[in-house]
Design a protein around this ligand. Structure first.
Ligand code: NAD
Ligand code: DAU
Length: 350
């Protein structure tokens, strides 16, 4: 099987590429990534030399390159993760999100449709989406199901919602064999430190303020990133054509409680007196259009495909902190920007 994974130099994509490259040595895994600020080849260092792994630096919006690589590699499957993914950036630069998340996704859909020419036997286009497309929840005990109404609030979630609609439209109009999953907040290794958990770990480490938006009362449902990668593996191989699957950790945390927990863990790992890091918590202006609560009902995925999360949150959070403390160089390279020269060192100068 020849599989294209887009966005594989990012956080979740790198875990998916690692899982597929190691678990399926008989597959040819081709990864495509534009290496934006969020793409880091160091995330793929341990699999870069495997014989079933090929990296292509390229942009999903490129209307010449994308059909060319479909022609060259004759992919059987696409796992599409490439995206602009940070809500705060979408508020300051929405057009980048429309270009990559909407136009880029359509460019890939079109290339798959044209390359597969109506012969869809053994083919699959898997679009990775988010729970942020659904109408935000109140504190009312309800969960997102696959039938929850779409009502995105940020340019990021609107662009992801739009891309989901195009994926379904290609299925309904051209019979393209698609599957979609909508996942909750991921955490774990290789998470870019603009997102809440790695940003807080980095700031605590350097005794810098931890910015908490509003009153810190917003709730997110956190999932260990390797559990997301396992779910993607299940859905890619066994999900029903045209279907959607929700993926989540059944693990809701108010931001402020999560940050306090992280402060306790960091105090203990850094040998600081208990309560030291919590003094860094700083309440700042709220995010515009900030959704109150996300919570996923993943019972369809659990019942139909037998997936379930493997890790308790406290254990996962400790493992995450351990990873960031052990991988100081990775974090320093990302925060200094040095990681962006890794492509030149590895690919252009060799
Ligand atoms: P990320 O920002 O860490 O990585 C995105 C990757 O896509 C980067 O490597 C970047 O270089 C690449 N990319 C961006 N624009 C590109 C373009 N035009 N062409 C080619 N590559 C491009 O994102 P992530 O957190 O790993 O998210 C991956 C996917 O999962 C996204 O589609 C996101 O919407 C979705 N998702 C993320 C989460 C989460 O908690 N992080 C949860 C649910 C769904
Ligand atoms: O729900 C899935 C989504 O989770 C993904 O689709 C997105 O790609 C991913 O970035 C994530 O979006 P969030 O906006 O939920 O993640 P973020 O880490 O940016 O913020 C988590 C919560 O913490 C949110 O309520 C905003 C808040 N926050 C965030 C930052 C960066 C803060 O209070 N302070 C911060 O500095």
């Amino acid at each position: 099987m020849k599989v294209l994974i887009t966005g594989a130099a990012g956080f979740i994509g790198s875990h998916v590429a690692r899982l597929f490259t190691n678990k399926y040595p008989e597959y040819q895994i081709v990864v495509l990534d534009a290496l934006t600020y969020a793409g880091n080849l160091e995330n793929l260092r341990d699999i870069a030399d495997k014989s079933n792994f090929t990296f292509i630096k390229g942009d999903i919006t490129d209307e010449k390159l994308i059909p060319e690589i479909f022609e060259k590699y004759a992919f059987d499957g696409v796992i599409h993760l490439a995206a602009e993914s940070h809500v705060d950036r979408s508020i300051s630069d929405p057009m980048a999100f429309i270009r990559t998340n909407v136009f880029g996704t359509c460019n890939l859909l079109n290339a798959a449709k044209n390359a597969w020419k109506g012969n869809f036997e053994g083919k699959r286009f898997y679009h990775i989406s988010t729970d942020e497309v659904y109408v935000a929840l109140e504190f009312d005990g309800r969960f997102f199901t696959e039938n929850t109404r779409y009502a995105p609030h940020s340019p990021y979630s609107a662009s992801k919602a739009s891309s989901d609609h195009f994926v379904r439209a290609y299925h309904d109009t051209y019979a393209l064999p698609v599957v979609i999953s909508n996942c909750s907040n991921n955490y774990g290794a290789y998470h870019f430190p603009e997102k809440l958990i790695p940003l807080a770990i980095n700031n605590i480490k350097h005794n810098k303020p931890i910015p908490v938006y509003g009153k810190g009362e917003n709730v997110r449902d956190w999932l260990w990133v390797e559990d997301h990668a396992r779910a993607i593996d299940c859905i890619f191989h066994s999900g029903k054509n045209g279907d959607t699957y929700n993926i989540g950790g059944n693990n809701e945390w108010k931001n402020i409680d999560l940050i306090r927990k992280l402060c306790e863990i960091m105090d203990s790992k850094l040998g600081r007196e208990s309560g030291t890091s919590a003094k860094l918590i700083t309440f700042v202006s709220d995010r515009a259009g900030h959704d109150l609560r996300y919570a996923i009902d993943s019972s369809k995925l659990q019942a139909e495909l037998g997936w379930k999360p493997s890790l308790q949150f406290e254990e996962g959070l400790e493992k995450t902190v351990d990873w960031y403390l052990a991988n100081r160089q990775w974090l320093d390279n990302v925060t200094s920007g040095a990681y962006q020269s890794y492509y030149e060192q590895q690919y252009l100068n060799s």
